[in-house]
Design a protein around this ligand. Structure first.
Ligand SMILES: Nc1nc2c(ncn2[C@@H]2O[C@H](COP(=O)(O)OP(=O)(O)OP(=O)(O)O)[C@@H](O)[C@H]2O)c(=O)[nH]1
Ligand SMILES: [Mg+2]
Length: 473
């Protein structure tokens, strides 16, 4: 019997409007789908997060904080609903992490998707009466860099080029590109090699700017081209508008390609992926940035504010139209790789994440979405160890070093209780952390000997799952 469909489920599927058109009626009514977006800047830990989450949802022994875990009878992978999106290569990534000689998975460069279906036995009064139901969890992995392109949708080529060129004026890194642009007759007839050379120089400038810690590096596909490498939509650059742009000129063609980029690259991503997300996790390598110094933290703050800005649709006319009132219901903002810190320091890391989130939220609210900040490790690569050092006890972590393969215990430094001690020097442009030093070691994933029923070890992945999907189980 399948009578116990909650009013909430029906209301939900109605609210999901656009998406449900493609679903069959029975699927919409009886088999609710949760679309979970997983994003973060490159190397933030997206692939490891998805792999470990799926493995821990299939074997739930280490998921005590996921309240609905007991109700899940089975979890299994199914073909995803979107035929044209690459499948998230779960098996390969899991084999990398849990094989005999575990290693971190390869970097991924484009959007991918995986459907995990959960057979759930509802609890409560009606639960016992109805049979189990199926909840589909569609997990979508996409680069955070792509969200930064949202700002382009409301901008013409002239506006974008003007802003980009004026920002570049003050930067040493940009001088090569600026000179090349200044030496080009932008109103001359398009000459493809000239367009390509300008675009190539502009792109290396963007990449260097990104590495130097600037976060306003659009177009996002210039940093992470995915499968569009070399296509005309990615072969443009900002140029000053001539008085009277001639037909067939370099400037006109650049304008056309910029518009093509918006129409053929940015818009489909927001329409086909972003606009359909119900729940979102934004992963952040906060410890990596703290280790790299105040400028990296300030850059991270800027990029996170921009990324989170995409979840406040009211600010962008294009997105408001696209979403038709639908919104992301929950956003988890998670510091990853917390296994680099002894748990005694996790509250400090979480406080830094909360401060970053508040900073983004203060400027406008997330249209009613629930938000939470957390420190997690999707795959725990260390164990904790307390050591005596010159009469003091130090809370360390121990693991296998990625380089050399030796075991080592290591003390990362003491994070301040007050997050402003990290964020203020960053904002004030400090060169380094006064009187403090933060270390980070790269550990290899540990060799695992998993008891039946247990997924890979993690830190608070169950709490993260509870926040993201617990209410829907
Ligand atoms: N110790 C530890 N390291 C982690 C964890 N998650 C990720 N890492 C490290 O971070 C690196 C990047 O993780 P990925 O999951 O590949 O990150 P990504 O965001 O998918 O990266 P791209 O695909 O390149 O954008 C890994 O190679 C590990 O070195 C974790 O839970 N613990
Ligand atoms: Mg990846």
């Amino acid at each position: 019997m399948r009578a116990a469909v909650g009013i909430g489920d029906i209301a939900d599927s109605v609210a999901r409007g656009v998406e449900s058109i493609g679903d069959t009626v029975s699927e919409t009514l009886f088999e609710p789908t949760i679309r979970l977006g997983v994003t973060g800047l490159s190397r933030a830990g997206k692939t490891v997060f998805i792999t470990s989450l799926v493995a821990n949802l299939m074997d739930r022994g280490r998921m005590p904080q996921l309240a609905g875990a007991g109700a899940i009878q089975t979890a299994y992978l199914q073909p995803q609903p979107d035929d044209t999106v690459p499948r998230f290569d779960y098996e390969t990534h899991l084999a990398a992490l849990t094989g005999a000689t575990p290693h971190w998975p390869d970097s991924t460069r484009a959007v991918s998707e995986l459907r995990l279906s959960l057979r759930v036995q509802p609890s409560g009064l009606l639960g016992g009466l109805s049979g189990p139901r199926t909840v589909h969890l569609d997990i979508v992995d996409y680069p955070g860099e792509w969200l930064l392109d949202l700002g382009l949708m409301d901008k013409s080529y002239t506006q974008w080029a003007e802003e980009t060129l004026s920002r570049a004026q003050g930067r040493d890194l940009a001088q090569g590109f600026l000179q090349q642009a200044a030496g080009t007759d932008v109103n001359a007839r398009l000459d493809e090699p000239v367009a390509q050379a300008l675009s190539a120089t502009f792109r290396s400038y963007l990449q260097e700017a990104r590495e130097a810690g600037f976060s306003d590096c659009t177009p996002g596909r210039f940093l992470l081209p995915g499968d569009l490498e070399g296509s005309p939509a990615l072969t443009f650059a900002p140029l000053p508008r001539p008085e009277a742009p001639a037909r067939g000129s370099l400037w006109r063609e650049m304008e056309r390609r910029y518009e093509a980029y918006k129409r053929r690259v940015v818009k489909p991503f927001f329409r086909d992926h972003f606009a359909r997300i119900d729940r979102q996790v934004v992963l952040v390598d906060a410890l990596g940035a703290i280790h790299a110094g105040p400028q990296a933290v300030e850059d991270l703050r800027g990029a996170m504010a921009d990324i989170l800005g995409a979840f406040r649709p009211g600010r962008n006319a294009f997105l408001t139209k696209l979403l038709l009132g639908k919104r992301v219901e929950r956003i988890l903002f998670a510091a990853t790789k917390a296994d680099h810190l002894h748990h005694a320091q996790h509250p400090q890391l979480t406080a830094i994440m909360e401060a970053l989130l508040r900073d983004a939220r203060d400027r406008a609210d997330f249209a009613g979405a629930k938000t939470q900040a957390m420190s997690i490790a999707a795959l725990r690569a260390t164990v904790e160890e307390t050591r005596d050092h010159n009469g003091q006890t130090l809370d360390c972590v121990r693991g296998t070093l990625l380089e050399g393969g030796k075991q080592a215990a290591f003390y990362p430094g003491k994070l301040p209780r007050d997050p402003s001690r990290i964020l203020n020097p960053a904002r004030d442009g400090a060169e380094d952390w006064l009187g403090a030093d933060y270390q980070i070691m790269r550990f290899a994933p540990a060799v695992l000997d998993l008891p039946p029923g247990d997924g890979p070890p993690h830190i608070r992945l169950d709490r993260a799952a509870q926040f993201l999907i617990g209410d829907r189980l």
